[in-house]
Design a protein around this ligand. Sequence first.
Ligand code: IPE
Ligand code: IPE
Ligand code: MG
Length: 240
Amino acid sequence: MSDTHSIEKNPLRHIAIVMDGNGRWAKKNNLPTIAGHKAGAEATRRITEAAAKHNVEYLTLYTFSTENWRRDERWINELFGLLAWYLEHEIAILHKNNVRLKTIGDRKRLPEKIQKLINKAEDKTKDNTGITVVLALSYSGRDEIVRAINTIINDSKNGIIDSIDEKSFQGYLDTHDFPDIDLFIRTSGEKRISNYLLWQIAYTELVFEDVLWPDFTEEHLEKAMHEFKNRERRYGLYVA
Ligand code: IPE
Ligand code: IPE
Ligand code: MG
């Protein structure tokens, strides 16, 4: 199968990444853990630019999971400090590059300062027409589904709906504005989903890379995209 043919067959609109391995990168380089996350933030900038260059429309990045709240408080504070810095300073670069920033997750659980910075960043970039970068913050797939169900129960009590199907259910998810995920990438060699986008990855192609997130380069992204383009997506349709 030629690449040209498979590119047409497999449009790549939406990539989701589990940016894993920042702590191990810091350890490997004898640095404090937060230095791994700083290097990870640089990889995020690099990969956002690379994905935009390759005409990817949506990039959803697992930044802080619901389960990550169980890590120690010092680590959490340091990570949110870094995130605040990113939202304050990186936003100018994102805006200049025509990036639209969005977030998914249980926003109410985030520190107030972060909530404000998110509102500001989303508002500033809302009319940009380049790649949409979605940060998953205080996010997990199960939590998202349960929050959706609670809203559905309320809407049902208020007589707004009396039944639900796949399409209308999707409308209640945090990701309701975004297309399904074509390609899922996890770095660091771990081969699991870790509660990411459970509903949305029903027919996503999965790629696991053995490199730690701070070392992830445009070449690694291109390799994953190439693998994706050579896959045969069947959606249960074909008989051998
Ligand atoms: C993943 O990096 C990113 C976050 C959870 C914020 P880790 O912190 O999980 O890095 P490792 O897995 O310990 O190397
Ligand atoms: C998933 O990585 C969450 C993020 C990348 C934000 P984890 O490091 O938390 O996942 P596990 O614990 O290895 O499954
Ligand atoms: Mg990890």
